[in-house]
Write a protein that binds this ligand. Structure first.
Ligand SMILES: C[S@@+](CC[C@H](N)C(=O)[O-])C[C@H]1O[C@@H](n2cnc3c(N)ncnc32)[C@H](O)[C@@H]1O
Length: 250
């Protein structure tokens, strides 16, 4: 597994001009991983039949979508974007039975792994989705419904021509702000130098967020590390952690 984990160049490059261009187009689906799921024909990878807790934007029925919305609103809800093999979210969901969780992992193989593990472990407060979270969250998740977004060790997408795939952009930060409850938290962790500053700048530009609050670290101090975090910790690679709160009032 370790062979698959690389540090890339180790420094994040930002091509402002190109980013501005792609951010404008992202709302229409450009840069979505696997393409825009709204326009995607039937996907080759099978998903369990409804009402199994798996959501796919292009294929789930309106009833299933309503089921997911109910699930997200009937208990305090948290969403992880880019859950990988689920090391963090499976334990976190298991240890917080009174809360509801949704894990996005666009790579079907990993999403399926998370699904199988949650079934085996009898975890009932977690849904998975193999959609690009940037397509599904704006359309499906109700405004002001989420207490915490976890974005842990996201792909940096180093090369300027791949920057459209980066999870953080001004419009997606705005989506996260709208979906968070007042006082809700955006938890972001990375080992990529330059990425914290990049995200902090986007957050500073958004009127609904307050800057990094290190005191929020305590709330997640006992969280199980993700696979990538374990890999970093074994090698003494520092992990930068940022916690942004949505303002209580507009
Ligand atoms: C670098 S890996 C980190 C995985 C895990 N969080 C960890 O720390 O081990 C980033 C993961 O996010 C997923 N991903 C990237 N962009 C995504 C998106 N827009 N929606 C859902 N998943 C995404 C990728 O498929 C990949 O598995």
């Amino acid at each position: 597994m370790a062979r698959e984990l690389r540090r890339g160049k180790g420094v994040l490059e930002v091509d402002e001009a190109r980013l501005r261009e792609v951010w404008e187009k992202q709302k229409e689906g450009k840069g979505l991983i696997g393409g825009d799921p709204r326009r995607r024909p039937r996907w080759v990878h099978p998903i369990p039949p409804e009402p199994a807790p798996w959501f796919r934007l292009g294929q789930s029925s309106p009833e299933h979508r309503a089921r997911l919305v109910r699930f997200l609103t009937e208990a305090p809800a948290e969403i992880e974007i880019g859950a990988g093999s689920g090391h963090f979210i499976l334990d976190w969901a298991e240890r917080h039975p009174g809360r509801h969780f949704l894990a996005f992992e666009v790579r079907w193989k990993f999403a399926n792994k998370i699904y199988k593990k949650m079934m085996r472990r009898g975890i009932t407060n977690l849904w998975v989705s193999d959609d690009d979270a940037r397509a599904t969250i704006p359309e499906v998740v109700p405004d002001e419904s989420i207490e915490v977004f976890h974005i842990l060790m996201p792909d940096p997408w180093w090369r300027p021509k791949h920057q459209a795939k980066r999870i953080f952009s001004p419009w997606f930060v705005d989506v996260l702000a709208r979906k968070l409850k007042p006082g809700g938290i955006l938890r972001f962790e990375t080992d990529v130098e330059g990425y914290p500053e990049f995200v902090e700048r986007l957050i500073a530009e958004h009127p609904l967020f307050v800057g990094h609050d290190p005191s929020l670290a305590e709330r997640f101090a006992d969280a199980t590390p993700t696979l990538r975090q374990q890999w970093c910790m074994e090698r003494g690679i520092p992990i930068f952690r940022r916690y942004f709160r949505k303002k209580e009032e507009r």
